[in-house]
Write a protein that binds this ligand. Sequence first.
Ligand SMILES: [Fe+2]
Length: 254
Amino acid sequence: MRFAVFSDIHSNLEGLQVVLDEAERLGAEALLCCGDIVGYNADPNACVELVRSKGVRCIQGNHERGLRDLDGGLEPNMNPVAMEALLFTSETLSSDNRDWLLSLPEELAVEDSFYLFHGSPADPDEYIFDPFEAAYAFKSLAFEHALPANLLCFIGHTHVCAAYVFDPENHRVGEKAVVSGDRFSIKPGAHYMFNSGSCGQYRGGLPLATMCIMDTTGMTVEFRLLRYDVAVTQAKIIAAGLPPFLAQRLAMGQ
Ligand SMILES: [Fe+2]
């Protein structure tokens, strides 16, 4: 079976559409999202409705938990720009779309094959940027989550594509650089963690929308880093009155 896995859509309809088109072109039979469907960009309702209409199986990210915190009278743990976008999102979302976002689980085991997490297997708010940080996350994946799905997981949150492998025999963690078209073979005995990057605010230095294809028959994971019409997304951010920095960072891939 072929799964398209993506993350951090962040209300970017143009980025999401490019990823969905590529998933269809590559023959994906199911669609999965590692959280942060909303936040930062200007199309929260359109993105939630497209995700729901396509039957994408989603988990919550920290921006969905930010909505929950607002409802509970708590202060979301966000920087001022992210907070301004969260308030825009909260005011703009329909109650039906908001209820759907708040109903999502924090993690998901997909057909006993692999897990989805937002930040890491240990903590949904944790960022994994290097093998050292990945080592702690692998301990949680390998020893606190059930076989056989704990052999592999997908994460998001950093908005940068990454691939880590953990050998439980010698407790070594390796990192492999990712470029578009890379295909990783999943070998028995090791544990894998793949960051599918971001559909909506890629931070790898280029204005891209990114995704993975997980093939559970051939046991491969393939990355796709895709161009999309950033100028359209930027114009919507400005028209919505969101902070201009959110438009500028899209072009820089930051
Ligand atoms: Fe995010």
